[in-house]
Design a protein around this ligand. Structure first.
Ligand code: THU
Length: 137
């Protein structure tokens, strides 16, 4: 699926629902993310905070971990949608951009929604040009 509006129609409700599972007593931010893999399966995640703040897990990385756990191979998804309350189309954090670069297909679309009609979208390579990889000279 490579059209932003189709991705929203397919994933928005599930990302919103995932955001309702957020464990975020420190920031109050509720974030949900859904990955649509190339077999048509949807994998969700929410943000999970911790009293040791640096251990917080973002919704996007949790959704991608869930996809891998279900058998998706790296590069096996072309769409990831984010829904977050209280943000103006949340731009994914740097750590999530690195993980997206490795696990989504290179041309994948990342869509961040305020609601079903207000959103921002990027190709994953725009979010993190020239990502770190282990390929050497
Ligand atoms: N958060 C995400 O879930 N995704 C991001 O890309 C950025 C931030 C969460 C982490 C934390 O629970 C809250 O938003 C505030 O940083």
């Amino acid at each position: 699926m490579n059209n932003t509006k189709e991705i929203i129609a397919r994933l928005f409700a599930q990302a919103q629902s995932a955001s309702e599972q957020a464990y975020s007593p420190y920031s109050g931010a509720r974030v949900g993310a859904c990955v649509l893999d190339d077999e048509g399966n949807v994998h969700s995640g929410c943000n999970v905070e911790n009293a040791s703040y640096g251990l917080t897990q973002c919704a996007e990385r949790n959704a991608l971990a869930s996809a891998i756990n279900a058998g998706m191979k790296p590069g096996g998804a072309h769409a990831l949608l984010i829904f977050a309350t209280g943000f103006d189309a949340l731009a994914p954090c740097g750590a999530c951009r690195q993980v997206m670069s490795e696990l989504l297909a290179p041309g994948a679309l990342v869509v961040s929604c305020v609601n079903e009609t207000e959103y921002h979208s990027w190709v994953v390579s725009e979010l993190l040009p020239d990502p770190f990889t282990l390929s050497r000279q």
